[in-house]
Design a protein around this ligand. Structure first.
Ligand code: BDR
Ligand code: CA
Length: 319
């Protein structure tokens, strides 16, 4: 089977950790690296969490690169109280995992991305599931990567539903709307997996209890981590009756676009006013027949969840 070269760009909280597990468990992925971002946690913690999760899954061959610590429009980043509530202070549900033996690489995340884009070109899939700061910085430093990278499938944004940090804005986009706008208006081939579909793709304790029953370290630790997230959702979004599989859905859609129905649209991101962070059609390019964003609108959640459980359960059984 031809394996897809994949880079994940993560602010490693709990659903980012599930995105790592999906990519490591998928038979058709060659995970060539993870870049860290800020959001659910600060950037160094995100790198540390990714290394811990990779070790838990027996994937210590995957290198981790540290990305940008904050948006270029700000001096500093502080984790929001709501992020700590949903992901825990350490980002992985206050679960203790061993200190990773591998360190983050010395090359920066931005340089790693630029180098990989030149090396793999159209074979490369990038999956950002945090702010788009790293990708925008790479685009600024090496604009040619917009025509090199095969596809960017991002978790972020909301087109047909309200945002989750403001009426308009989804959290990843809201962290750095300027970066998101640079990405959305670039020539990159983008797929947007936003709240439109991720809030319809839920996991419950029925599934995590299956992991726990495996009686492996990975199964039990992941059940502990994700149960923390489910408990937080029970408080913040009781109507959902489960936790949203935001980030692992982006990995799933990148590998199998038939999980979702889509709309081709030229988009931009609002960077001022009360709708800061809104992902919406670009009036200036609405009539352009060539579109650069494929927006996921509906999802076959039952088929996705089946695949998700097959990949993660098989992986946890072995670790
Ligand atoms: C997104 O924000 C982060 O908290 C999650 O990991 C996910 O990527 C959901 O809005
Ligand atoms: Ca994330």
């Amino acid at each position: 089977m031809a394996k897809r070269k994949m880079i994940l760009d993560l602010d490693t909280g709990i659903d980012d950790a599930m995105a790592i597990a999906y990519a490591v468990g998928a038979p058709d992925v060659d995970l060539i690296g993870i870049i860290s971002s800020y959001g659910n946690v600060v950037v160094d913690q995100a790198a540390y969490n990714s290394l811990q999760i990779l070790a838990l899954l027996g994937a210590t061959d995957v290198p981790v690169f540290v990305g940008e610590p904050h948006a270029s429009t700000t001096e500093h980043f502080d984790v929001m109280a709501i992020s700590e509530q949903i992901h825990g202070k350490n980002g992985i549900g206050e679960v203790d995992l061993p200190t990773p033996t591998r360190q983050p690489e010395t090359q920066s995340g931005v340089d790693f991305l630029i180098e990989a884009a030149h090396q793999y070109g159209a074979d490369l899939t990038l999956i950002p599931t945090g702010p788009l700061t790293n990708l925008a910085a790479a685009l600024e430093k090496s604009p040619d990567i917009a025509h090199l990278i095969g596809n960017v499938t991002l978790m972020g944004g909301a087109l047909t539903v309200p945002g989750n940090v403001s009426h308009y804005a989804e959290a990843n986009i809201n962290q750095d709307a300027e970066a998101a706008n640079a990405v959305f208006t670039s020539d990159l081939d983008l797929t947007m997996v936003g709240l439109d579909v991720t809030l319809r793709t839920l996991l419950t304790k029925t599934e995590t209890s299956q992991w726990r029953a495996l009686k492996t370290t990975a199964g039990e630790k992941f059940a502990d981590i994700v149960d923390y997230y489910i408990a937080a959702y029970d408080i913040t979004s009781p109507d959902l009756h489960g936790c949203a599989l935001h980030d692992p859905l982006a990995v799933g859609v990148a590998l199998d676009p038939t999980f979702v129905t889509t709309l081709g649209l030229n988009m931009y991101v609002e960077t001022t006013g009360e709708d800061y962070g809104r992902t919406i059609g670009d009036p200036a390019r609405l009539d352009d027949p060539k579109t650069n964003v494929t927006v996921a609108l509906t999802v076959d959640k039952d088929r996705y969840l089946k695949t998700f459980m097959t990949y993660l359960t098989t992986l946890f059984k072995a670790n």
